[in-house]
Design a protein around this ligand. Structure first.
Ligand SMILES: Nc1ncnc2c1ncn2[C@@H]1O[C@H](COP(=O)(O)OP(=O)(O)OP(=O)(O)O)[C@@H](O)[C@H]1O
Length: 735
């Protein structure tokens, strides 16, 4: 294309070229004859143009010079398969459902046609929003925005990043109507649709859902339906993902018109990138942290992305491992973090060797500069699609990568499911000889840092709850998990109460005998707990002494049975070692140290020390007797705590009711003063007002809306004042 053509002429030529060479609907350009490198490009005669369906290079496509310049500057010259297959369709205005392996270049496959569409429509600031790109996570939205900026740098459109967690929403509201391309998360877009005056998407030309199956999933259902209902039906729509949806319902929701379904790797023998070496191994739940610690220590020069199933687990593993100083920077990423921190962590991890503990917030789309060496899935992904996206954070584009999946013995079914979906995964076993328990160190840390103990308890409960809630019951069965051992492996002195399982595990020791803290325990009850367990202080651990090395052994499928056997055997060995740590410490005993400064088990005092073995041998009868005593003590204490809590709850309820009554009385007085009573209307108003005062769960936004709706005035009595009033009332009642 001639760069000196005027814009209008260039557009005219591009449109003719696109029309001339557009591929047949339903065809796959990957199967077309390839255009030779030296073939003329663009107009080759009177109303004759070069073929572009089947070409391999961006310069052979009917793209504007500005886009070609942007691509060249960003070092994009040859197209990837998904780009080759979809661009000829999307450039001529068709809806596209694109599926291709992770890291295969889907982003450019939708960024290029949206830029071109707006360019050819001569879209300007006065035309408003012409394109919306939706991403399920903020980090991915940022990344998409960066690609858009790079490729579109010579164009004059305005683009904006609209994601939650940013403080400048008011500034955003002022400018959003002047933006041509919005890169956003569904929540923030909906917020603008709800709150920004005159926010207008009626001229929308293109809608893109990246990670489409995720956005169409139930988690975003309400938000997406609300958004779609406000968008014009006449538009072009692109859906892209490595695990694409084909659901007719989904497509109907989006009003797609005869979409081109292009899945470039459908015939590929594997569903994951070629350069990805995937492994799985059995790791009993109570040895996951030992294995993870060992793994990290054995890969100190790598960039490792670790997936856990909840924020609480991420926090606990991050905080506790950080204190143990493994010798490599540790970071964590989860949805509860402030947005600036999330972005900071994301960039830091891109830049240096480190370990990033994350929830699935980092599982989709993120490119991490193509530099992740290892993906470690400590907790089993919820399904095959989640697995594919997680491992897809490594081995991007042409680079290689490795992954390892920890499966508990009861999750082995997942391995079959992965293999059924064409995932080439090797079963390996760890060298358990070099694996050493970290739970002893964790137990000591928990004694020293009570906040960590709280985190451990939350991690324990949320993990079990996440397993309990999983849909795939063939893989996830909370009843098969070694619950007490898991608790001990986190360093917890006793197994916390698991309320959501109470009914099911009746008769098991867990909830009945070892109940420790209410699920919603707070710092106060922790203080109480510390006193109750008489937790003493320990000296700083010398974590470096416990260096562990994991060694992989390649195994074929036939080795499965023996390997499971080995894993079980390893569990037993490690259980013995766990006696060295501070678990199940009896009430009223302090941490005991030996001459070397190592902690002795709590039952050391009643141990049989005559045998001369390294491990302290314990007199079983005495231990059982002591545990029975402990259980009695704990039961008594639990009853006391329950009574106190119950009393406290009832008292709070009474106060709230008093406040409500008092408030209602005051309102009646006010209404009488103003205009006299108004029957039904009055009652309704009272109800609504009291709702505002006592619905403490309402978020800021809806509270604000509610306040506006009912005209809450600044001189209304404050909650604090009401509480004070109620207390006075109560006191006067008691006196
Ligand atoms: N044509 C190309 N030439 C060179 N590099 C490319 C090309 N297209 C994409 N890439 C690079 O490949 C990497 C992966 O691209 P991208 O993030 O678009 O993958 P994806 O298919 O969207 O992955 P995921 O499914 O994980 O979202 C990026 O680093 C990108 O810069």
């Amino acid at each position: 294309m001639n760069g000196r053509l005027s814009e209008a002429k260039e557009i005219e030529l591009l449109e003719s070229w696109i029309e001339f060479g557009k591929p047949g609907s339903g065809s796959n350009p990957l199967s077309f004859p390839v255009l030779p490198d030296n073939a003329p490009i663009g107009r080759t005669g009177e109303n004759v143009f070069s073929q572009y369906a089947g070409c391999k290079k961006f310069i052979q496509l009917p793209l504007s010079q500005k886009t070609k310049d942007g691509l060249r500057k960003a070092n994009y010259t040859k197209m990837t398969d998904i780009q080759m297959a979809t661009l000829p369709h999307s450039l001529c205005g068709r809806d596209v459902l694109g599926a291709a392996k992770t890291g295969s270049g889907k982003t450019l496959a939708f960024i290029i046609p949206i830029i071109e569409k707006l360019y050819r429509a001569r879209w300007g600031p006065e035309d408003g929003v012409g394109c919306i790109i939706m991403s399920p996570t903020r980090e991915l939205a940022v990344q998409l925005f960066e690609v858009l900026q790079a490729v579109g740098k010579h164009h004059t459109f305005s683009a904006g990043l609209l994601i939650g967690g940013r403080k400048d929403v008011d500034t955003e509201k002022e400018h959003v109507n002047n933006l041509n391309i919005l890169v956003c998360t569904p929540g923030r877009l909906l917020q603008h649709m709800d709150e920004t005056p005159n926010f207008d998407c009626s001229q929308l030309q293109v809608l893109v859902l990246d990670e489409a199956d995720r956005i169409l999933d139930v988690g975003f259902k309400k938000a997406l339906n609300a958004i779609i209902s406000q968008l014009p039906k006449h538009r072009q729509t692109f859906l892209f993902s490595a695990t694409q949806t084909k659901s007719i319902q989904d497509l109907a929701r989006l009003s797609l018109k005869d979409p081109e379904y292009i899945s470039v790797h459908e015939e590929s023998p594997t569903a994951t990138p070629k350069g990805l070496h995937q492994t799985a191994m059995i790791v009993p739940l109570d040895h996951k942290l030992d294995m993870l610690w060992s793994f990290i220590k054995a890969h100190l020069n790598s960039r490792i992305l670790v997936f856990l199933s909840s924020c609480k687990q991420v926090k606990y593993v991050f905080e506790s491992f950080k204190k143990l100083r493994p010798g490599i920077p540790l970071m964590c990423l989860h949805g509860r973090m402030k947005q600036e921190r999330r972005m900071g962590i994301y960039s830091q991890f891109c830049e240096k060797r480190s370990v990033l503990f994350s929830t699935d917030v980092a599982s989709r789309g993120l490119d991490f500069n193509k530099a992740v060496d290892w993906v470690v899935q400590v907790d089993c992904p919820e399904d095959v699609a989640a697995y594919i996206h997680r491992v897809g954070r490594t081995a991007r584009y042409l680079s290689g990568g490795r992954s390892v999946l920890f499966l508990t013995p009861s999750e082995m079914k997942m391995l079959e499911k992965l293999k059924e979906k064409k995932i080439p995964i090797d079963f390996i076993k760890a060298n358990t000889k070099r694996l050493q328990a970290v739970s002893g160190l964790l137990a000591a840390l928990l004694v020293k840092y009570p906040n960590l103990q709280y985190l451990a308890q939350r991690a324990f409960v949320t993990y079990l709850r996440s397993i309990h809630k999983q849909r795939d019951k063939e893989v996830f069965d909370v009843m098969k998990l070694p619950i007490d051992e898991f608790s001990a492996s986190l360093g917890l002195p006793l197994t916390p109460k698991i309320r959501f399982l109470k009914e099911k595990i009746k008769g098991k020791t867990v909830s009945e005998e070892s109940s420790l803290l209410p699920e919603d325990s707070n710092e106060t009850s922790l203080e109480y707990l510390r006193e109750r367990l008489d937790i003493g202080r320990v000296e700083e651990d010398e974590s470096e002494k416990s260096i562990l090395l994991a060694q992989e052994t390649q195994h074929g499928e036939e080795g499965k049975a023996t390997e499971i056997g080995d894993a079980v055997h390893a569990t037993r060995i490690l259980k013995k070692k766990k006696l060295k740590i501070n678990v199940h410490r009896p009430v009223g005993t302090r941490v005991v140290f030996d001459e070397e400064g190592d902690t002795l088990p709590p039952l050391a005092k009643i141990a049989d020390t005559k045998s001369g073995s390294d491990l302290v041998k314990v007199d079983k009868d005495k231990v059982n007797q002591r545990y029975a005593e402990m259980r009695e003590e704990l039961k008594l204490e639990d009853t006391k705590v329950d009574k106190v809590l119950d009393h406290q709850r009832r008292r709070e309820k009474r106060i709230k009711e008093k406040i409500k009554r008092k408030r209602a009385m005051k309102e009646e007085d006010d209404d009488d003063d103003l205009s006299g009573s108004d029957g039904e209307g009055n009652g309704d108003r009272l109800n609504r007002r009291s709702k505002i005062y006592f619905d403490s769960d309402t978020d800021d936004r809806s509270e604000k809306r509610d306040k506006e709706k009912v005209g809450l005035s600044a001189d209304s009595i404050s909650l604090a004042e009401q509480e004070e009033l109620a207390l006075k009332l109560l006191n006067s009642m008691h006196s």
